[in-house]
Design a protein around this ligand. Structure first.
Ligand SMILES: Cc1ncc(COP(=O)(O)O)c(C=O)c1O
Length: 285
Protein backbone atom coordinates (compact mmCIF):
# COMPACT_ATOMS: atom_id res chain seq x y z
CA UNK A 1 0.00 0.00 0.00
CA UNK A 2 1.10 3.58 -0.51
CA UNK A 3 2.60 5.58 2.35
CA UNK A 4 0.77 8.64 1.00
CA UNK A 5 -2.62 8.01 2.55
CA UNK A 6 -4.70 8.48 5.67
CA UNK A 7 -3.69 6.13 8.52
CA UNK A 8 -7.03 4.29 8.24
CA UNK A 9 -5.57 2.47 5.22
CA UNK A 10 -2.84 0.72 7.22
CA UNK A 11 -4.94 0.44 10.37
CA UNK A 12 -7.66 -1.49 8.55
CA UNK A 13 -5.10 -3.91 7.10
CA UNK A 14 -3.60 -4.40 10.58
CA UNK A 15 -7.07 -5.06 12.00
CA UNK A 16 -7.56 -7.71 9.34
CA UNK A 17 -4.37 -9.44 10.48
CA UNK A 18 -2.05 -8.28 7.69
CA UNK A 19 1.34 -6.58 7.98
CA UNK A 20 1.30 -3.53 5.68
CA UNK A 21 4.37 -2.67 3.62
CA UNK A 22 4.53 0.96 2.53
CA UNK A 23 5.52 1.98 -0.99
CA UNK A 24 6.08 5.35 -2.59
CA UNK A 25 3.69 7.12 -4.97
CA UNK A 26 4.16 8.69 -8.40
CA UNK A 27 4.80 12.44 -8.54
CA UNK A 28 2.19 13.02 -11.27
CA UNK A 29 -0.74 11.02 -9.92
CA UNK A 30 0.16 11.12 -6.18
CA UNK A 31 -0.89 7.44 -6.27
CA UNK A 32 0.81 4.06 -6.03
CA UNK A 33 0.67 2.65 -9.52
CA UNK A 34 1.01 -1.02 -10.48
CA UNK A 35 4.42 -0.29 -12.04
CA UNK A 36 5.54 1.07 -8.65
CA UNK A 37 5.28 -2.32 -6.93
CA UNK A 38 8.70 -3.98 -6.99
CA UNK A 39 8.68 -7.65 -8.04
CA UNK A 40 10.00 -8.87 -4.68
CA UNK A 41 7.16 -7.03 -2.87
CA UNK A 42 4.53 -8.44 -5.27
CA UNK A 43 5.89 -11.96 -4.71
CA UNK A 44 5.42 -11.71 -0.93
CA UNK A 45 2.13 -9.77 -1.00
CA UNK A 46 -1.20 -11.33 -0.03
CA UNK A 47 -3.13 -8.25 -1.18
CA UNK A 48 -2.54 -4.83 -2.70
CA UNK A 49 -4.32 -1.80 -1.27
CA UNK A 50 -4.13 0.99 -3.86
CA UNK A 51 -5.39 4.39 -2.74
CA UNK A 52 -7.05 6.89 -5.07
CA UNK A 53 -5.81 10.15 -3.54
CA UNK A 54 -8.37 12.77 -2.55
CA UNK A 55 -11.14 11.45 -4.80
CA UNK A 56 -9.21 10.98 -8.05
CA UNK A 57 -10.48 8.22 -10.35
CA UNK A 58 -9.02 4.88 -9.22
CA UNK A 59 -7.12 2.90 -11.85
CA UNK A 60 -9.32 -0.20 -11.59
CA UNK A 61 -8.28 -1.45 -15.02
CA UNK A 62 -4.53 -1.11 -14.34
CA UNK A 63 -4.77 -2.94 -11.02
CA UNK A 64 -7.04 -5.65 -12.48
CA UNK A 65 -4.33 -6.35 -15.05
CA UNK A 66 -1.66 -6.35 -12.29
CA UNK A 67 -3.76 -8.77 -10.20
CA UNK A 68 -4.20 -11.10 -13.16
CA UNK A 69 -0.43 -11.08 -13.74
CA UNK A 70 0.63 -11.48 -10.11
CA UNK A 71 -2.26 -13.49 -8.66
CA UNK A 72 -2.49 -10.91 -5.85
CA UNK A 73 -5.98 -9.47 -5.22
CA UNK A 74 -6.53 -5.73 -4.86
CA UNK A 75 -8.71 -3.97 -2.31
CA UNK A 76 -9.01 -0.29 -3.21
CA UNK A 77 -9.15 2.43 -0.63
CA UNK A 78 -11.32 4.78 -2.68
CA UNK A 79 -12.57 6.66 0.38
CA UNK A 80 -13.27 9.95 -1.40
CA UNK A 81 -14.20 8.50 -4.80
CA UNK A 82 -18.01 8.45 -4.67
CA UNK A 83 -18.26 10.50 -7.86
CA UNK A 84 -15.11 9.46 -9.75
CA UNK A 85 -16.07 5.78 -9.43
CA UNK A 86 -19.10 6.41 -11.58
CA UNK A 87 -16.67 7.06 -14.42
CA UNK A 88 -14.58 3.93 -13.87
CA UNK A 89 -16.27 0.81 -15.27
CA UNK A 90 -15.80 -2.33 -13.13
CA UNK A 91 -13.35 -4.53 -15.01
CA UNK A 92 -13.98 -8.28 -15.21
CA UNK A 93 -11.22 -10.64 -14.23
CA UNK A 94 -9.71 -11.31 -10.83
CA UNK A 95 -11.95 -10.39 -7.90
CA UNK A 96 -11.36 -7.05 -6.24
CA UNK A 97 -13.13 -4.74 -3.84
CA UNK A 98 -13.47 -0.97 -3.69
CA UNK A 99 -14.24 0.72 -0.38
CA UNK A 100 -15.93 4.14 -0.44
CA UNK A 101 -16.44 6.36 2.59
CA UNK A 102 -19.63 8.31 3.27
CA UNK A 103 -18.15 10.21 6.18
CA UNK A 104 -19.24 13.84 6.54
CA UNK A 105 -15.98 15.00 4.93
CA UNK A 106 -16.89 13.37 1.59
CA UNK A 107 -18.93 14.65 -1.39
CA UNK A 108 -21.66 12.14 -0.55
CA UNK A 109 -21.60 12.38 3.22
CA UNK A 110 -24.23 10.77 5.39
CA UNK A 111 -22.38 11.30 8.68
CA UNK A 112 -20.49 8.03 9.09
CA UNK A 113 -20.49 4.86 7.03
CA UNK A 114 -19.06 3.28 3.92
CA UNK A 115 -19.92 0.86 1.16
CA UNK A 116 -17.99 -1.78 -0.69
CA UNK A 117 -18.22 -2.56 -4.40
CA UNK A 118 -16.87 -5.71 -5.95
CA UNK A 119 -16.85 -7.36 -9.36
CA UNK A 120 -17.24 -10.74 -7.66
CA UNK A 121 -20.53 -12.01 -6.23
CA UNK A 122 -18.88 -14.39 -3.77
CA UNK A 123 -16.82 -11.52 -2.30
CA UNK A 124 -20.01 -9.48 -1.91
CA UNK A 125 -21.72 -12.37 -0.09
CA UNK A 126 -18.72 -12.88 2.21
CA UNK A 127 -18.61 -9.18 3.07
CA UNK A 128 -22.39 -9.12 3.69
CA UNK A 129 -22.06 -12.04 6.06
CA UNK A 130 -19.10 -10.54 7.86
CA UNK A 131 -20.83 -7.20 8.53
CA UNK A 132 -23.98 -8.95 9.77
CA UNK A 133 -22.67 -11.15 12.64
CA UNK A 134 -21.52 -13.86 10.24
CA UNK A 135 -25.15 -14.77 9.53
CA UNK A 136 -25.90 -16.83 6.46
CA UNK A 137 -29.47 -17.50 5.29
CA UNK A 138 -30.31 -18.89 8.69
CA UNK A 139 -30.07 -16.29 11.47
CA UNK A 140 -27.04 -18.06 12.81
CA UNK A 141 -23.36 -17.05 13.04
CA UNK A 142 -22.01 -19.66 10.67
CA UNK A 143 -18.82 -17.69 10.03
CA UNK A 144 -16.85 -15.07 11.93
CA UNK A 145 -18.39 -11.61 11.73
CA UNK A 146 -19.23 -8.36 13.44
CA UNK A 147 -21.90 -5.68 13.33
CA UNK A 148 -20.65 -3.25 10.69
CA UNK A 149 -23.98 -2.55 9.03
CA UNK A 150 -24.93 0.94 7.95
CA UNK A 151 -27.30 2.36 10.56
CA UNK A 152 -30.95 2.71 9.57
CA UNK A 153 -30.61 6.40 10.18
CA UNK A 154 -27.51 6.72 7.96
CA UNK A 155 -29.23 4.73 5.22
CA UNK A 156 -32.23 7.08 5.32
CA UNK A 157 -29.94 10.12 5.04
CA UNK A 158 -28.17 8.38 2.16
CA UNK A 159 -31.41 7.68 0.26
CA UNK A 160 -32.42 11.33 0.59
CA UNK A 161 -28.87 12.31 -0.45
CA UNK A 162 -29.17 10.19 -3.62
CA UNK A 163 -32.34 12.07 -4.61
CA UNK A 164 -30.47 15.34 -4.18
CA UNK A 165 -27.21 14.08 -5.71
CA UNK A 166 -27.44 15.70 -9.19
CA UNK A 167 -27.87 19.14 -7.61
CA UNK A 168 -25.29 18.40 -4.87
CA UNK A 169 -22.81 17.35 -7.51
CA UNK A 170 -23.45 20.46 -9.59
CA UNK A 171 -22.72 22.62 -6.57
CA UNK A 172 -19.48 20.79 -5.71
CA UNK A 173 -18.33 21.18 -9.32
CA UNK A 174 -19.17 24.92 -9.27
CA UNK A 175 -17.05 25.52 -6.13
CA UNK A 176 -14.20 23.47 -7.60
CA UNK A 177 -14.40 25.42 -10.87
CA UNK A 178 -14.13 28.70 -8.96
CA UNK A 179 -11.16 27.40 -6.92
CA UNK A 180 -9.41 26.15 -10.07
CA UNK A 181 -9.57 29.60 -11.65
CA UNK A 182 -8.38 31.32 -8.49
CA UNK A 183 -5.59 28.79 -7.89
CA UNK A 184 -4.32 29.33 -11.43
CA UNK A 185 -4.35 33.11 -10.89
CA UNK A 186 -2.25 32.57 -7.74
CA UNK A 187 0.19 30.36 -9.66
CA UNK A 188 -0.92 27.25 -7.77
CA UNK A 189 -2.34 23.86 -8.61
CA UNK A 190 -4.41 21.45 -6.57
CA UNK A 191 -4.20 17.67 -6.42
CA UNK A 192 -4.51 15.59 -9.62
CA UNK A 193 -8.18 15.35 -10.60
CA UNK A 194 -9.26 18.51 -8.79
CA UNK A 195 -11.67 20.65 -10.82
CA UNK A 196 -13.11 17.81 -12.87
CA UNK A 197 -14.29 15.62 -14.33
CA UNK A 198 -15.47 14.23 -10.96
CA UNK A 199 -16.63 16.02 -7.82
CA UNK A 200 -14.10 15.74 -4.97
CA UNK A 201 -14.37 16.94 -1.37
CA UNK A 202 -10.86 18.36 -0.88
CA UNK A 203 -8.70 21.08 -2.31
CA UNK A 204 -5.10 20.16 -1.55
CA UNK A 205 -2.89 22.90 -2.94
CA UNK A 206 0.66 22.14 -4.06
CA UNK A 207 2.97 24.97 -3.04
CA UNK A 208 5.94 23.31 -4.79
CA UNK A 209 8.38 23.96 -1.94
CA UNK A 210 8.13 23.42 1.83
CA UNK A 211 9.12 27.08 2.39
CA UNK A 212 6.30 28.41 0.20
CA UNK A 213 3.86 26.07 1.91
CA UNK A 214 5.03 27.28 5.32
CA UNK A 215 4.56 30.96 4.31
CA UNK A 216 1.01 30.21 3.14
CA UNK A 217 0.19 28.18 6.23
CA UNK A 218 1.41 30.91 8.58
CA UNK A 219 -0.30 33.74 6.65
CA UNK A 220 -3.60 31.85 6.58
CA UNK A 221 -3.29 31.03 10.26
CA UNK A 222 -2.56 34.70 11.13
CA UNK A 223 -5.74 35.61 9.25
CA UNK A 224 -7.68 33.10 11.35
CA UNK A 225 -8.10 30.68 8.44
CA UNK A 226 -7.67 27.00 9.28
CA UNK A 227 -5.97 24.57 6.95
CA UNK A 228 -5.55 20.79 7.04
CA UNK A 229 -2.66 18.51 6.35
CA UNK A 230 -5.12 15.73 5.64
CA UNK A 231 -2.54 12.95 5.50
CA UNK A 232 0.07 14.58 7.76
CA UNK A 233 3.54 13.34 6.95
CA UNK A 234 2.21 10.16 5.31
CA UNK A 235 1.17 6.95 7.02
CA UNK A 236 4.70 6.20 8.30
CA UNK A 237 4.78 9.52 10.19
CA UNK A 238 2.07 8.27 12.57
CA UNK A 239 3.76 6.90 15.70
CA UNK A 240 1.49 3.85 15.69
CA UNK A 241 2.61 3.02 12.13
CA UNK A 242 6.25 4.10 12.32
CA UNK A 243 7.59 0.56 12.52
CA UNK A 244 5.87 -0.69 9.37
CA UNK A 245 8.28 -1.94 6.73
CA UNK A 246 8.72 0.40 3.81
CA UNK A 247 10.62 1.16 0.64
CA UNK A 248 12.13 4.57 -0.12
CA UNK A 249 9.37 7.19 0.30
CA UNK A 250 10.98 10.28 -1.26
CA UNK A 251 7.90 11.38 -3.26
CA UNK A 252 5.56 10.88 -0.33
CA UNK A 253 7.85 12.91 1.92
CA UNK A 254 8.02 15.69 -0.69
CA UNK A 255 4.23 15.81 -1.11
CA UNK A 256 3.73 15.81 2.65
CA UNK A 257 6.08 18.78 2.98
CA UNK A 258 4.71 20.99 0.24
CA UNK A 259 0.94 20.43 0.08
CA UNK A 260 -1.82 21.90 2.21
CA UNK A 261 -5.57 21.35 2.36
CA UNK A 262 -7.36 24.68 1.90
CA UNK A 263 -10.81 25.38 3.34
CA UNK A 264 -13.14 23.83 0.75
CA UNK A 265 -16.74 22.79 1.13
CA UNK A 266 -19.92 22.79 -0.86
CA UNK A 267 -21.45 26.01 0.46
CA UNK A 268 -18.35 27.99 1.28
CA UNK A 269 -19.27 31.67 1.02
CA UNK A 270 -17.75 33.75 -1.79
CA UNK A 271 -16.47 36.30 0.73
CA UNK A 272 -14.57 33.50 2.52
CA UNK A 273 -13.07 32.32 -0.76
CA UNK A 274 -12.12 35.95 -1.57
CA UNK A 275 -10.33 36.19 1.76
CA UNK A 276 -8.46 32.89 1.39
CA UNK A 277 -7.14 33.87 -2.01
CA UNK A 278 -6.27 37.42 -1.04
CA UNK A 279 -4.13 36.03 1.81
CA UNK A 280 -2.54 33.53 -0.60
CA UNK A 281 -1.85 36.26 -3.17
CA UNK A 282 0.19 38.23 -0.63
CA UNK A 283 1.96 35.21 0.90
CA UNK A 284 2.95 33.25 -2.19
CA UNK A 285 2.29 35.62 -5.06
C1 LIG B 1 -7.70 7.47 2.04
C2 LIG B 1 -8.64 7.35 3.18
N1 LIG B 1 -8.94 6.13 3.66
C3 LIG B 1 -9.80 5.96 4.69
C4 LIG B 1 -10.42 7.04 5.29
C5 LIG B 1 -11.35 6.79 6.45
O1 LIG B 1 -12.67 6.85 6.05
P1 LIG B 1 -13.82 6.84 7.18
O2 LIG B 1 -13.78 8.18 7.84
O3 LIG B 1 -15.08 6.58 6.43
O4 LIG B 1 -13.47 5.73 8.13
C6 LIG B 1 -10.15 8.32 4.84
C7 LIG B 1 -10.80 9.47 5.47
O5 LIG B 1 -10.81 10.57 4.98
C8 LIG B 1 -9.23 8.48 3.75
O6 LIG B 1 -8.92 9.71 3.29
Amino acid sequence: MPAWSFPATALSALHAGFRPHLLDVEPDSWALEPSGVPDDVALRARAAVPVAPFGAEPDLEGWATWSAETGVPAVFDAAACFDSLGRAPMPDGPPFAVVVSMHATKVFGIGEGAFVLSNDRSWVLRIRRFINFGFTAARRSDVFGTNAKLSEYGAAVGLAGLDAWPETRRRWMAVAGDFTTRLAAAGLRAQPGFGGPAAVPYCVADFETPERRQCALEALSRAGIETRQWWGGGQHANPALATLSRDDLAVTDTLAARTLGLPFWIDIATRDVDEIFSVLATSVG
